[in-house]
Write a protein that binds this ligand. Sequence first.
Ligand code: UTP
Length: 400
Amino acid sequence: MDLTERLRASGQEHLLNTEGLTEEEREAYLSELSLVDLTSCEACGRTAAQRGKISPIEGLSADAIQSRLDEYTAAGMSAIRAGKVAAVLLAGGQGTRLGFDGPKGTFNMGTKRRPRYIFELLIENLLSVCEKCGAFVPLLIMTSEKNDRETREFLQQHAYFGYPKDYVRFFVQEMYPCTDFDGKILLEAKGKLALSPNGNGGWFSSLKRAGIAKDFPDVEWYNVFGVDNVLQKIADPAFVGATILSGAPCGAKYVKKRRWKERVGVLCLEDGTPSVIEYYELPEKLAKARGKGGELLYRFGMTLNYLFSARLLDEISTAKIPIHAVKKVIPYLGENGQTIHPKKPNGYKYETLILDMVRLSGACLPFEVIRGEEFAPVKNKRGRDSVSSARRMLWLKGKL
Ligand code: UTP
């Protein structure tokens, strides 16, 4: 099917209007258009999928980990030394809640006199593992078209905060078109589509497309983590070892939920398969349910730190990761030819989520980490999970 037919078939023929564009602009626009994935828009207006039967999962508690810590650590260190583990930093998000005008990793958690950038803190955490193991872990950084250049330049300027350049790779995630509430793709300006990063679930297909795996042929495990959590351990040998020894193709670090109401996605079983359920999808009755010892049955709060086996990813990469439509404010081309910046959500952005990969994995090991030790997310400007709460925790750990 040629482009015109494809656009007609998907109800997007309004995009064929190239009035007012120069020949050069027209060519550039049509070539961008030909690369756009139109299937994402099929998720327009789709409500969250009906969930299956939810039941509690069993996980490795901090005490259980402690009792086999040496064994887990040894198994993890040996995998790291053999080059079997890579770290994947998800840094393609837009960090709108933080309201910082730049890639989130370039945010300074310290002071002007003593800057402590998020990227610096994360790399420092990874370096401490590398030193312990006597081997470097490939650090694969996912960016988006919106922040790729700035991210690379920043890390280059700071000499990768001491990480050897040969072990660092960047790859850019794909973009999905944004639509209005009727599923019509929006233009941001004349000859320019409104596009947004395709969500953190796109990491594996983008990594594959970038062809990075061939640089590190021994990698069998990917430790995938978000940019937000400045305290997390990366390529944590105990986590790697416990997952490998469990035989599961996936591991997920969790913190115990503090209150039943805490707004965090939880790992549980859905129709008998491990699955992450967002806090707003978990019925109140289940969220409040407690076991015999008084503990919350659905307490496995996700920290966005997963371990996936490369083999598993090869198997599931062709399976369909669901695409979610999220209501957002999207600047668009008005009738007068100017870009309009609406105040309220005016359409959908589309994204895939890494948490959906857990369900596709079939088996997953929940691995507990202690909040004060390993969980200081920087999501908001103030209040919960904010710059100030994370600063306090960094300070308590002597990292500021
Ligand atoms: P969030 O869900 O917090 O999204 O991302 P965000 O875009 O960073 O922040 P808000 O919601 O606009 O405030 C969790 C992790 O997934 C990465 C982020 O960089 C962060 O590490 N991410 C998110 C991507 O890499 N790509 C995306 O398209 C979205």
